[in-house]
Design a protein around this ligand. Structure first.
Ligand code: IPE
Ligand code: IPE
Ligand code: MG
Length: 250
């Protein structure tokens, strides 16, 4: 799939990816699971380039979930160190490409201080970039995000009858982040696994059997092609077949 086949007027402004299937990709090749995580780096940076090329403004990737702490200690340790390594190695390149780096997730004590410092450095260095925002969901859980927002609402002392959806949305990890237009999950699993639960309410979902380490910008363009064929109705009827709005019983 090539970018030229896409409608440039309807490129999703926010694409979110569940980068899944690294472990199985490696195991099917007789390699340790960690080799799959390593191979996923090339996929991520090819997708970043592709997204920049076609003008995607926000790209959000799921790197580590609040549930991933349940994995074997060796794999967790590898993932923590690998994320540090990628931030150090790729930060300047992303900066040169005009990418603003942000993070969503819980900054709890399980996340090593060194990694938190690298995250803060990456945010600082790239904060004025505007070509694209790459948001890395790290120690992220959609339920945890809603719990944290509710805690902030309660401690603000707002009266219950004044709470609206906006009250919650303004207290999510990144209130500036628009809701994803398109969510992609690789490796054949058809679930959210606690990714962006609030924000995905009206996103188009796209699932592919391709494992993340094999995913490239052409696969991103194919997902966007499918997205462009969808009709987003947001609870309304199709504009083609719309009648008069319901005015209640009269
Ligand atoms: C996704 O690949 C990466 C992370 C969750 C960190 P997996 O490690 O989940 O790979 P599979 O799903 O076990 O193949
Ligand atoms: C979701 O994938 C988390 C990330 C990709 C970081 P998982 O592989 O952890 O999800 P489950 O366990 O299959 O639902
Ligand atoms: Mg998985």
């Amino acid at each position: 799939m090539i970018a030229a086949a896409l409608d440039p007027g309807r490129v999703p402004s926010h694409v979110a990816c569940v980068m899944d299937g690294n472990g199985r990709w490696a195991q099917s090749r007789g390699l340790p699971r960690t080799a799959g995580h390593r191979a996923g780096e090339e996929a991520l940076f090819d997708v970043v380039e592709g997204a920049l090329d076609i003008g995607v403004e926000w790209l959000t990737v799921y790197a580590f979930s609040t549930e991933n702490w349940r994995r074997p200690a060796d794999e967790v340790r590898f993932l923590l160190e690998f994320n540090e390594e990628i931030l150090l190695r790729r930060r300047d390149e992303l900066h040169e490409r005009g990418v603003r780096i942000r993070f969503v997730g819980r900054r709890d004590r399980r996340v090593p201080r060194r990694l938190l410092n690298l995250m803060d450095d990456a945010i600082d260095i790239t904060q004025h970039n505007r070509d694209m925002t790459l948001t890395i969901a790290f120690n992220y859980g959609g339920r945890a995000e809603i719990v944290d927002a509710v805690r902030a609402v309660v401690s603000s002392g707002i009266s219950p009858d004044r709470i609206t959806e906006r009250t919650i949305a303004r207290r999510l990890y990144d209130p500036e982040m628009p809701e994803p237009d398109l969510m992609i999950r690789t490796s054949g699993e058809c679930r959210t696994s606690n990714f962006l639960l609030w924000e995905l309410a009206y996103s188009e979902l796209y699932f592919t059997d391709t494992a993340w380490p094999d995913f490239r910008r052409g696969d991103l363009f194919e997902a966007i092609r499918v997205f462009q064929e969808r009709e987003r109705r947001f609870g309304q009827v199709s504009p083609n077949g719309a009648g008069a709005a319901y005015n209640g019983d009269r």
